[in-house]
Ligand binder design. Structure first.
Ligand code: DHB
Ligand code: FE
Length: 312
């Protein structure tokens, strides 16, 4: 087709009608957003000559995406999560805001309600047969660099199969396995014992991977550990660290790797270190401080409210 009708008053009036812009009922914000997005899609259909067959394949795809619960998985794959971080980074920079540990994406697999522990937590239930013990620790610091006793460190990661508890298709994991909330001790320190996570891959038979295949892309993430860090007077930090040496460090399908978020991992084999941690064999150790940033005009400008799985 070569006809161009998008700019006609018929189509432009129709877009306003379909977006409810001819009436007062409903939400002005929803109308504004829907009008813009639907207009952009109509324009793309015309510019790219998107066929009816292609359009209906897309509609069927959205149904599958929802039915499989993968909209939140596709989002980082298409870079939206990273884009929101880029916008926040740019906003901070334009305001001259002093930032701490770099932010990076939350991902779709957080669960609220994890057990709360003081200072130290064991994250894993000891059942992963391939688990290599990890000790990770550090100090939570405020915007002025001072330790923050009482800061809340929420941590979650996957097992050696790349599966997260509560989202594990094998059903093997106990509730909240590898998920805890740790309250920083009197020196502002947090510490946990767990196992070194492996990389994550999108469900290979799912709609996210199906679309990535069409783009000639893989759906894998380097091994990583997620954090939310909160403390009085500070913005909530959402971040992750990567496991150093993972071959996908700079090839993450979700684009979450950032400079400053790949701390060194040390293999400890000496008896003194093993004993000092109450362990019976070699382990990996990561030290990583988490530095928060101050509220801006009394406001947390980086907190994100999104639907999250909550388990009692
Ligand atoms: C996805 C999975 C993750 O573990 C993560 O941290 C980010 C994104 C995903 O499946 O899209
Ligand atoms: Fe993750």
């Amino acid at each position: 087709m070569s006809v161009k009708i998008f700019d006609s008053s018929e189509v432009q009036d129709f877009l306003r009608l379909a977006s409810g812009l001819d009436g007062k009922a409903g939400s002005a914000r929803a109308k504004e957003i829907i009008h813009r997005i639907v207009s952009d899609l109509y324009k793309a259909i015309e510019d790219l000559n998107i066929t009816s067959d292609e359009y209906w394949a897309g509609v069927a795809y959205l149904n599958t995406l929802g039915a499989r619960g993968e909209a939140g998985l596709l989002s980082p794959g298409l870079g939206f999560d990273r884009y929101f971080d880029m916008r926040m980074d740019a906003e901070d920079e334009s305001q001259g805001a002093k930032t701490g540990t770099p932010r990076t994406i939350e991902g779709p697999l957080y669960v609220s309600g994890a057990p709360v522990e003081q200072g130290f937590a064991r994250l894993d239930d000891g059942s992963d047969p391939n688990g290599h013990t990890l000790i990770m620790h550090g100090t939570v610091r405020g915007a002025d660099g001072a330790p923050m006793p009482g800061a809340k460190v929420e941590v979650w990661h996957c097992n050696t199969k790349g599966f997260y508890s509560h989202f594990d298709p094998t059903g093997e994991q106990t509730p909240f396995n590898m998920r805890r909330t740790i309250i920083a001790d009197a020196k502002g320190q947090y510490r946990f014992q767990s196992i070194v996570p492996h990389g994550y891959g999108c469900p290979p038979d799912g709609p996210t991977q199906q679309l990535l295949n069409l783009l000639g892309r893989h759906g894998n993430r380097p091994a990583h550990i997620h954090f939310f860090v909160t403390a009085d007077g500070h913005r909530k930090l959402t971040t992750q660290i990567n496991i150093d040496g993972d071959p996908l460090l700079n090839d993450d399908f979700a684009y979450a790797t950032r400079e400053g978020l790949v701390p060194p991992l040390f293999e400890r084999t000496d008896e003194a270190s093993i004993k000092a941690n109450g362990l019976s064999g070699p382990f990996a150790e990561i030290e990583f401080d988490l530095t928060l940033s101050a509220l801006i005009d009394g406001e947390d400008t980086q907190i994100v409210d999104r639907p999250r799985l909550a388990v009692a």
